[in-house]
Write a protein that binds this ligand. Structure first.
Ligand SMILES: Nc1ncnc2c1ncn2[C@@H]1O[C@H](COP(=O)(O)OP(=O)(O)OP(=O)(O)O)[C@@H](O)[C@H]1O
Ligand SMILES: [Mg+2]
Length: 461
């Protein structure tokens, strides 16, 4: 039943970590007598580790089964790509599906193929009568469409759950277009002074909407639905004229300002504000005339696993976070597993890995750990019954939360995978430096368009 039982003599000659895991397995399985699920899983994981690390020392029946070598796989993919390109160039439908499941990067391809692959990863941006800059294709599916809207003078609204990347995306669009941005953090307390200017104890202060309008900046209305609907009405005039060449708006002193051709507006919000929201209670139902200013340019920014995996840098860690998310969604608990929490887990894990390598469990235990991040997220705000159900369902999906809270992941194959994955994503190295440097936006350059375009184009007036 237990495969590693016969490998004890071999395991005793291996590193302390592996021996410790074997001893734990011995204990949990009561000397390989009791069959329990946890022990069987530990046995499976330990064997997988040995197959990876010391395959040559295993008896024939426990050796890993032969699979396609990565060299063969690269060749296979190269051949498939070459034939797909040949088809595409002839205008014929694409090539056959590639079934290899290993990992092959573009760096493994020949120069010629790499150039071809990279050329299809770029998209050409085209609006009649305008410059046509090329932006690298972003992992954010609607990036190009949002850029198009902005270039056409259309107001954009990004709607989606907490921490899905709306604010970052709005800023990235401004950055990619080389435009400065100014943000109004909307709430029921946002005052007209912040929008159209007004007297303060330091004298007259110009409003942010006026500044953006006259200087050609991007106006980011962060969390627009949280604004008092009457205050939101102050945007109506400007947003109705976002496309009008030389359109005029007035500040609190009734001074008029002409629209700079680069003025643009992107609003973000957790809900489309045409109704009250239960999950996002601070959002207000907004006036239909305001919503009409964004008509045709509203985008739903949902969770984006592809982006999340890149930001997290470890497919294994992402999979753990995703199990928690799946369960929370299935159980309809009021919680949002966001990219923000995933980043917190990643940064903490990097620190824990560094401390563990330097000073072992003692040093790692003394600081913040990945287990702490999971425990905090999975226990705060839930009732005792909810917490138990969450743990049970996560265990069914292969994630033992109790083990995670107790740092039982250290030394396991998953831990080693995370270490390798983070290193190959370039996130380890001078780790402490990385952790502090990464603060929320690490990997952004790799994911959002790297090019900071400095072009400035104007609508034909
Ligand atoms: N494309 C990206 N590349 C790298 N990191 C990103 C990207 N998009 C978002 N992030 C990171 O994810 C986290 C959440 O993003 P952001 O604050 O933009 O979300 P949001 O949708 O505005 O959240 P909220 O609804 O809570 O305001 C941030 O830490 C941000 O740095
Ligand atoms: Mg935001």
């Amino acid at each position: 039943m237990y495969k590693t039982k016969e490998l004890e003599p071999l395991i005793r000659t291996l590193d302390a970590d592996t021996v410790r895991r074997f001893d734990l397995l011995l204990k949990v399985s009561k000397g390989f007598i009791k069959s329990n699920e946890k022990a069987l899983e530990m046995d499976r994981l330990l064997l997988a580790q040995l197959q990876k690390e010391v395959p040559e020392r295993l008896p024939a029946h426990l050796k890993p089964s032969a699979s396609t070598s990565s060299q063969d796989a690269v060749q296979l993919i190269a051949d498939r790509l070459a034939s797909a390109f040949a088809h595409l160039q002839k205008g014929a439908p694409g090539g056959q599906a590639t079934t290899f499941s290993g990992k092959v990067g573009t760096e493994d391809l020949t120069d010629e193929l790499r150039a071809k692959v990279e050329s299809v990863l770029k998209i050409q941006y085209q609006v009649p009568g305008r410059a046509t800059p090329v932006l690298p294709k972003s992992s954010v599916p609607d990036f190009q469409k949002i850029v198009d809207d902005v270039m056409l003078g259309q107001n954009v609204m990004l709607v989606g759950g907490a921490g899905t990347g709306k604010t970052t995306l709005a800023q990235a669009v401004a950055d990619a277009l080389g435009r400065p941005y100014i943000t109004i953090n909307c709430s029921q307390w946002t005052a007209p002074t912040e929008i159209i200017g007004g007297q303060t104890i330091e004298g007259y202060q110009e409003g942010k909407m006026i500044e953006a309008w006259r200087n050609g900046w991007m106006l980011i209305l962060d969390e627009l639905p949280k604004l008092d609907p009457n205050t939101a009405g102050l945007f109506n005039d400007a947003l109705a004229k976002s496309k009008v060449p030389g359109g005029k708006i007035f500040n609190a002193r009734k001074e008029g300002f002409d629209r700079h051709p680069d003025f643009a507006c992107i609003a973000t919000g957790n809900v489309y504000p045409n109704a009250e929201s239960v999950a996002y209670g601070a959002n207000n139902k907004q006036d239909l005339s305001l919503l009409d200013r964004f008509a045709g340019s509203v985008y739903t920014i949902e969770k984006n696993p592809e982006l999340e995996k890149k930001v997290v840098g470890s497919a294994t860690l992402w999979a753990w976070c995703n199990i928690v998310r799946e369960v929370i969604e299935e159980l309809r608990y009021e919680a949002a597993v966001s990219l923000r929490w995933m980043q917190t887990c990643r940064d903490t894990l990097l620190l824990e890995l560094e401390r563990f390598e330097r000073g072992g469990a003692k040093e790692a235990d003394a600081g913040k750990t990945l287990g702490d991040c999971f425990e905090s997220f999975c226990t705060q705000g839930f009732t005792a019954v909810q917490k138990d159900t969450l743990s049970e369902r996560c265990r069914d999906k292969g994630l033992d939360l109790a083990q995670v809270y107790g740092y039982g992941y250290r030394g396991t194959p998953a831990w080693k995978n995370m270490q390798t994955e983070l290193a190959s994503a370039g996130m380890t190295g001078s780790k402490t430096a990385k952790v502090s440097k990464s603060k929320g936006t690490s990997g952004l350059g790799a994911i959002l368009p790297a090019t900071r375009n400095t072009f400035s184009v104007e609508l034909p007036e």
